[in-house]
Every structure is written in structure tokens, then in C-alpha cells.
Design a protein around this ligand. Structure first.
Ligand code: ATP
Ligand code: MG
Length: 331
């Protein structure tokens, strides 16, 4: 089997928010490896720490009370947590970039599209203004928007939601980043446009070789887009592995619950199963396995002791006591 190198390695990441009401452990010991040229999905319910993981990688926690309390984030072997602000700024939009859920919050409303794209190029590459403009135009064309020359001279409000999302993708990719983080990039769009944007990201990945960290609620999208998946719950990864083995043999009851709630053709929506209960509040985390209070298969040990990963073979790991002794070998 071919082994690709890890372009991004998140090791034992703890990102905490130090609020007046106490410490919120939003990310509490996450390990994720993204292989070069591949797409890794991060899934989990709202509040599981997906975006905070992404913001930690991008060093975008300033202005919040959050900071990386422990752990390493290695981009091509170099820890980006422990570099200076200037170096962090250079990395963003250069070697690593991000697409957000709502493009209007990250596009500058009073700057023409062409200028926003061109400035990204100029910040990261030593080229002339004309060359930068040309690169920007070519990138925008690659995203499949119509009338590129005209769009370069327009403002964000003049575009549709789908067009703005494509502009965001163009901005994120124009410097050919090694890693692209897409945080729910299609949830604000309608289904046909969603499918087009996912196709576009897949194609651009093939052309540019960029590795993608793809954050979504939607396991259906993961099946179509990702090579590997990490399932997050309460600031931890509870199961991860390659998409095929997770879909064929999910071993954590939380992952099973998420899979059972994917809409299926021919199954009425009201017959879909949903996971009972709610994500616990970060201030009142249960003892033992964080999922135990919602898990129909939990037993005494689950409520007392938090399991470490059990290895299910082929890189598939699961943080569940049910895996103990089932081919799964504890760390
Ligand atoms: N700026 C902040 N200050 C305090 N707590 C925060 C802040 N940002 C996030 N959190 C907390 O961190 C936890 C994880 O949030 P995060 O945004 O990563 O969730 P998520 O998995 O991305 O959810 P969603 O699917 O809704 O986007 C939540 O409990 C949230 O309340
Ligand atoms: Mg989020």
C-alpha cells in the first residue's frame, strides 16, 4: 500500500476558552492526520468543536478568549502554534487557507472581487500587479463562474450566494495552498449548487494537489467527498478511519446514530432515526464516556471511565468500550 506523508498533523490539541463563567474545553485532546492530496472529513453535531479545531489550525482565535492550551499543529512538520504572529499571517491564505460557511462575513463588501483576489496573490507572491490580476482571473474562471471579466469588476453584493461561495473558493485556492480547510462550505446553499460546489472542490483538489480538511454535519457529503473521516463529540475524536471502513462497519454508537440519521431514498424523513438527548453542556461534562448518557448500549464502566482508542485494523480507531476484546486492541 502506498503511504502518503502527513501534510497536517494535529497532535493532542486542547483549545480552551477562558470565560468569566469558567473554562470551556471546546477541543480536548484531538489527534488528526491529513495525508497529502487527500480529503479528511470532520463530522459531529453542533458544538462538538469542529470549527474551533479549524480556527486553531488557522491561528484565528485572536479576538476571542480562546487559546491553544496544549498540543501541536504540524504543517509539513512545523509546529504552527509556536511561531510568531507575522509568520502565522503569512501562512494564512498562503500555505493554508479556509472557506467559511457564510461568504459575506469573510468577503470585503466594499472591495471589488478582482481586487480582493489580486491582493491575495500580491500578499503571497512576488509578481507584478498585472500578473497577479491575470492569476486571479484564471483562478476565478476555474471555479466555473460565467462572465469572469465582468465579475472581477463587481462587488460581493452584486453576486448570488453560489457565486460568492465560488469567489471564496477562488480566494482560498489562488495561492495554491497545501491545505484547504472548508468549514461547512455548502450548508447555506441550495442542493443543486451544493453539488456543483462539491464537484468543483473535488476537481480543484485533483488539479492543484491541495489537501482538504472538510467540516460538515452531513455524513452523506462525507461519503461523496472524503477519503477519511474523523467523528467528533464533545471536543474529542470518538472514531476515525477511512471512509469505506467507517461506513461499512461503524463501531462507535455515536457514529452509528449519525449514519442512521442520513436521509435515504425511499425512506420517509419521519422514519429516520435520530440520536436521543442532547450534546451535554461544556460546563457539565459527564463522567466516563461523554456519549454514555445518550447511548442505548452503555454499561457501568462507560459511566465511570473514559475509553482510549481501540484499534480496529487498517487505521480505523474507536473510543468505545464495546470494542474491547472485539479485534479492537487498546492503546
Ligand atoms: N468565542 C467563543 N467563546 C466561548 N466559547 C466558544 C467560542 N467559540 C466556540 N465556543 C464553544 O466551543 C464549543 C465548540 O464550538 P464549535 O464552534 O467548534 O462547534 P462546531 O462543532 O463547529 O458546531 P457547529 O456545527 O454548530 O458549527 C461550543 O461549546 C461553543 O459554545
Ligand atoms: Mg462550526
Amino acid at each position: 500500500m502506498e503511504t502518503k506523508k502527513n501534510i497536517l498533523e494535529i497532535k493532542n490539541l486542547h483549545t480552551y476558552f477562558y470565560t468569566d463563567g469558567g473554562i470551556i474545553k471546546s477541543v480536548d485532546g484531538v489527534d488528526i492526520k491529513l495525508k497529502e492530496g487527500s480529503t479528511l472529513g470532520i463530522v459531529g453535531e453542533s458544538g462538538s468543536g469542529k470549527s474551533v479545531t479549524a480556527l486553531s489550525v488557522m491561528s484565528l482565535l485572536m479576538g476571542t478568549r480562546g487559546r491553544v492550551a496544549q498540543g501541536e499543529i504540524l504543517l509539513d512538520g512545523k509546529d504552527v502554534v509556536r511561531i510568531g504572529e507575522e509568520e502565522k499571517r503569512k501562512l494564512r491564505g498562503g500555505r493554508i487557507s479556509m472557506i467559511f460557511q457564510e461568504p459575506m462575513t469573510s468577503l470585503n463588501p466594499v472591495m471589488k472581487i478582482g481586487r480582493q483576489l489580486t491582493e491575495c496573490v500580491l500578499q503571497h507572491e512576488a509578481v507584478s500587479k498585472q500578473e497577479a490580476y491575470k492569476k486571479a482571473e484564471d483562478m476565478l474562471r476555474m471555479t466555473g463562474v460565467p462572465r469572469v471579466e465582468r465579475m472581477m469588476k463587481e462587488y460581493p453584493f452584486q453576486l448570488s450566494g453560489g457565486q460568492r461561495q465560488r469567489v471564496m473558493i477562488a480566494i482560498a485556492l489562488v495561492c495554491k495552498p497545501q491545505v484547504l480547510i472548508a468549514d461547512e462550505p455548502t450548508t447555506a446553499l441550495d442542493v443543486t449548487i451544493q453539488a456543483q460546489i462539491l464537484d468543483l472542490m473535488n476537481n480543484l483538489k485533483k488539479e492543484t494537489g491541495t489537501s482538504i480538511l472538510f467540516i460538515t454535519h452531513d455524513l452523506g457529503v462525507v461519503a461523496e467527498t472524503c477519503d477519511e473521516v474523523a467523528v467528533m463529540y464533545c471536543g474529542r475524536v470518538v472514531e476515525k478511519g477511512d471512509v469505506k471502513s467507517i461506513f461499512a462497519a461503524p463501531s462507535h454508537p455515536y457514529t452509528r446514530g449519525l449514519l442512521a440519521s442520513i436521509p435515504k431514498l425511499g425512506v420517509p424523513v419521519d422514519e429516520l432515526e435520530s440520536i436521543p438527548g442532547n450534546v451535554p453542556s461544556p460546563r457539565h461534562m459527564p463522567e466516563g464516556c461523554k456519549f454514555a448518557p445518550r447511548c442505548s448500549r452503555a454499561f457501568d464502566k462507560c459511566r465511570k471511565e473514559e475509553p482510549d482508542f481501540f484499534h480496529m485494523g487498517n487505521g480505523h480507531v474507536s473510543r468505545c468500550w464495546l470494542c474491547e476484546g472485539k479485534g479492537g486492541e487498546g492503546k
